[in-house]
Design a protein around this ligand. Structure first.
Ligand code: ADP
Ligand code: 5GP
Length: 196
């Protein structure tokens, strides 16, 4: 098996609609799994939320900075996630360094990004997080209080599209009861990685 294919089984790709609870779930998984997990810190052109720190939650950059990295081939994948205008991308260096250090690297990215990663890393573990129902998703997104009305509309529209792609992922977790979802998530990683 080539080194790249072998390493790709230590990549965890997590997708699911905005507001479904991916960040909340991953925070618990990182604390409780006991595995050497590291997050890939994506680059984005969206503005930071009040609680977000550059280099921790995202690498926040201008459109010019982002396009320059894109043109230099520094992204493994990058897309405008909610229609035109706001870019998100996974930095090649983040993933390569994380894997080279012997970690499991977690990518929290959208469905288009996940498909691109699967092409390049065919053994990546892919997990889709679903809401119990659409109304709960809307309430969570509203409850988080981070989006304008326009952004909410955009995110809900994208959410419906993303949910249609859930079956393209190896695993699906319904994030209803958080404890239960955390347990399922850790179970999936342990089962998929028991040979390491
Ligand atoms: P995402 O990272 O997918 O955009 P977040 O992790 O920011 O979503 O979660 C969105 C909101 O939903 C947050 O306010 C979070 O506290 C809440 N939330 C997440 N998981 C659950 C759950 N299982 N039950 C109830 N609320 C949840
Ligand atoms: P948010 O703006 O709420 O932080 O993230 C919005 C969406 O962008 C989420 O669905 C998340 O999965 C996706 N996203 C975050 N980083 C990346 C990335 O590097 N690449 C891609 N393709 N999507 C990303």
């Amino acid at each position: 098996m080539s080194k790249k294919v072998e390493l790709s089984s230590r990549l965890l790709v997590v997708s699911g609609p905005s507001g479904v609870g991916k960040g909340t779930l991953l925070k618990r998984v990182f604390l409780e799994s006991g595995l050497p997990l590291v997050m890939s810190v994506s680059a984005t052109t969206r503005l930071p939320r009040p609680n977000e720190k550059d280099g921790i939650h995202y690498r926040f950059m201008t459109n010019e900075q982002f396009q320059s990295k894109k043109n230099a081939g520094e992204f493994l994948e990058c897309f405008e996630v909610f229609g035109k205008g706001t870019w998100y991308g996974t930095l090649r260096s983040d993933v390569e360094n994380g894997l080279a250090d012997g970690n499991f690297v977690v990518l929290e990215i959208d469905v288009k990004g996940a498909n691109e990663i699967k092409k390049q890393f065919p053994k990546a573990i892919t997990i889709f997080v679903k809401p119990p129902d659409n109304e709960t998703l809307k309430e969570r997104l509203q409850g988080r209080g981070t989006e304008t009305d326009e952004a909410m509309k955009n995110r809900l529209k994208t959410a419906i599209e993303e949910l249609n792609h859930a079956n393209e992922f190896q695993f699906c977790i319904v994030n209803d009861d958080l404890d239960n979802a955390v347990k399922q998530f850790i179970g999936i990683i342990n089962n998929s990685t028991e040979n390491f």
